[in-house]
Design a protein around this ligand. Structure first.
Ligand SMILES: C[C@H](O)[C@H](O)[C@H]1CNC2=NC(N)=NC(=O)C2=N1
Length: 112
């Protein structure tokens, strides 16, 4: 199977299936630095990236925005001096879809 980051996102619709526990375990192996958080019952993927200063944090934020626009799938991003917290989940299904794991993997790619 190709790298998670290279897999295709699928159009996420309101009746799209949330990931199963087994899928979470499978996909999580490719993105070990990400945490799964439960925010008011909505499961989300979250990681904080560290940078030298605010400009580097801003540049990374821009790159994350570009991959989000390419996929038409968007994260929550908190950009601060020296760090950026990225949170992925699928609004339509109020939880985690395979797309979120793909985009988390792509986020790791643009952090390098
Ligand atoms: C109309 C547009 O395609 C949809 O609203 C997209 C936009 N980006 C999105 N991003 C995320 N994370 N979840 C969504 O359900 C979603 N839906």
């Amino acid at each position: 199977m190709s790298q998670l980051s290279e897999q295709q996102c699928e159009a996420c619709s309101i009746d799209a299936p949330k990931v199963t526990e087994d899928e979470i375990e499978q996909y999580k192996a490719d993105i070990p630095e990400w945490q799964i958080v439960d925010r008011d019952g909505i499961m989300q993927l979250e990681r904080t990236f560290k940078f030298r200063d605010f400009q580097q944090a801003l540049d990374f934020t821009q790159r994350v925005g570009e991959i989000a626009e390419q996929a038409d799938h968007h994260p929550a991003i908190l950009t601060e001096y020296g760090k950026v917290t990225v949170t992925w989940w699928s609004h339509k299904i109020k939880g985690l879809h395979r797309n979120d794991f793909i985009l988390a993997a792509r986020t790791d790619e643009v952090a390098k």
